[in-house]
Design a protein around this ligand. Structure first.
Ligand code: GDP
Length: 529
């Protein structure tokens, strides 16, 4: 197959949702359609079990699963689909944000009873800012939930989206009869048989026909006719370009657990979802069909075996082909590197491959040379943008608890930060190290991994910081900036890129500081230019 055809047939996307909305279940059903797995239950949930936060076996189990589910690839209808895993747990939100830099589109899963939940709001906001095309799947229609129109309103208001239903439920919960597909103009009846894999679809070209009444009963048929009239009256017609620009979001209804409405979603997805998209680098826009390879690291995974400290760096291919044993430029190190065993991902396994195409993810064995955001090319000096760090929510001093293992501790912290587990800040005043994380769980992960993988011990000490702000002075030499640095010295630190950061102990302090030093800009993300 030609290079262009290979690009044409790839769809790389992520499924985002609040925990429990049905992401794992939906993923599994998609894989079943692709024939990539044979039975339900094959996809492991990467969820942290409730109450298991201090159970380290649980953390290890979770890490194991998260390697296995990082990328799930399958073929459907001649299309190569790559699903990138996005942890739903809020303590790993940073991981999900980074993964979103490597997807070309997303599917948002919403629980019909719970509606729009907190994590969904945050993740959708990131997608909206980046104009990532989104399809919404409203799940668990077999359960009693919110009224479909109310839910569509909620999606528009809370998520700031413009929706257009592509399917519509006939009843709900106990009275759930099926789904009318506006896209294909047919009715799909729900039998409630969760073991069935593929349902039969009944063509209904005319909603007014008696056939519909016969199928679902008089009252539901009447309601559906009214509903569809309303849908067609109030929602914009589907427009592929608007969807691709991130301005219009098609909505599907279904029940992932019952494999209901999933095929419709998948069929529409392969037809409308974008093939690999061009990506902005600091230097220029790079198109997928350029023949020279470029790609970037969006995730790093440590080996589960503490005796082998090698890691797997996940690279998204942006342009050209990635070939085994070919030397590529590691731009940050300005060094050529070769990979003898690049991994490609399939449903539940990884295999060494000779060639991969734009949209694909390759896993590269790494002994500590990569960090998140690194770019690889065939020689051109390019740096892909868009893997920002956000201000952490929690801050603690990290102390060495074993003076004989200072080196190990240092190395361990360094590598864990490169993996993106947390952020490190070094105080200007005394050189003390502060670890910032999104969730409290990470402190336990770090402590455990330092001990088991690096033989180092640490303790933490609380520190009263509300937010880390990246500081951007208008003029490094003006008096105002000099005074700011003098007065706030105790609260200044450097991040790992040596950028200046102000650790504000409260929102109030931040506002006062901003007022006092108007020529300085304070940013809550590290990538502000
Ligand atoms: P995730 O946290 O988003 O990955 O959610 P899961 O896929 O693990 O689903 C959470 C729970 O909801 C599980 O108990 C699923 O069996 C259940 N579930 C998923 N889809 C449906 C559905 O369509 N109907 C019903 N009734 N339950 C569902």
């Amino acid at each position: 197959m030609s290079f262009l055809k290979e690009i044409e047939r790839r769809r790389t996307f992520g499924i985002i949702s609040h925990p429990d909305a049905g992401k794992t279940t939906l993923t599994e059903k998609l894989l079943l359609f692709g024939g990539a797995i044979q039975e339900a239950g094959a996809v492991k949930s990467n969820k942290i079990k409730k109450g298991a936060t201090s159970d380290f076996m649980e953390i290890e189990r979770q890490r194991g699963i998260s390697v296995a589910t990082s990328v799930l690839a399958f073929e459907y209808d001649g299309i190569k689909i790559n699903i990138l895993d996005t942890p739903g747990h809020k303590d790993f939100a940073e991981d999900t944000f980074r993964t979103l830099t490597a997807v070309d589109s997303v599917i948002v899963v919403i629980d019909v009873a719970k509606g729009v939940e907190e994590q969904t709001e945050k993740l959708v906001e990131v997608c909206r800012m980046r104009n990532i095309p989104m399809i919404v799947f409203i799940n668990k229609l077999d359960r009693e939930g919110k009224d479909a129109f109310d839910l569509l309103d909620e999606v528009e208001q809370k998520l700031g989206l413009t929706v257009t239903p592509m399917s519509f439920p006939i009843g709900m919960g106990y009275d759930f009869k099926g789904i009318y597909n506006l896209w294909e103009k047919n009715v799909n009846l729900f039998s409630g048989d969760s073991r069935k894999n593929i349902e039969e679809t009944i063509e209904i070209s005319d909603l007014a026909s008696q056939e519909l009444t016969k199928l679902v009963g008089e009252k539901p048929a009447e309601t559906l006719r009214d509903d569809i009239e309303l849908v067609e009256g109030i929602y914009p017609e589907f427009d592929k370009d608007e969807y691709l620009n991130g301005h219009l979001q098609p909505v599907f209804f279904g029940s992932a657990l019952n494999n209901f409405g999933v095929r419709e979603l998948l069929d529409c997805f392969v037809e409308i979802a974008p093939k690999p998209r061009p990506k902005q680098s600091e230097e220029r826009l790079v198109k997928p069909d350029e023949t020279k390879f470029t790609g970037f690291v969006f995730k790093i995974h440590a080996n589960m075996d503490p005796n082998h400290r090698n890691r797997l760096a996940f690279v998204k291919i942006v342009s050209g082909t990635f070939e085994r044993n070919k030397p590529y430029l590691h731009v940050r190190h300005n060094k050529k590197v070769k990979f003898s065993s690049p991994n490609a991902f399939f449903a539940e396994k990884k295999e060494i491959v000779d060639i991969s195409y734009p949209g694909d993810i390759v896993g590269l064995q790494d002994t500590g040379t990569f960090k998140i955001g690194d770019t690889l090319t065939e020689g051109e000096v390019l740096n892909y943008k868009g893997i920002p760090s956000f201000s952490p929510e929690h801050f603690r001093y990290i102390n060495n608890a074993d003076p004989l293992k200072a080196k190990q501790l240092h190395k361990g912290i360094d590598q864990l930060m490169d993996e993106g587990v947390a952020q490190l800040f070094t105080l200007d005043l005394n050189g003390r190290k502060v670890i910032g994380t999104v969730g409290a769980l990470q402190y336990e992960v770090i402590q455990y991994r330092l001990e088991h993988e690096y033989g180092a011990k640490c303790t933490y000490e609380n520190l009263n910081v509300h937010k880390a702000c990246w500081v951007e002075p208008t003029d490094k030499n003006n008096e105002e900036f000099k005074e700011f640095k003098r007065v706030k010295q105790r609260f200044l630190a450097k991040d790992k890129q040596n950028q200046l950061v102000f650790l504000a102990d409260s929102m109030f302090t931040l506002q006062m500081t901003q007022q006092k030093y108007p020529s300085i800009k304070f940013h809550l993300t590290s990538e502000y230019n």
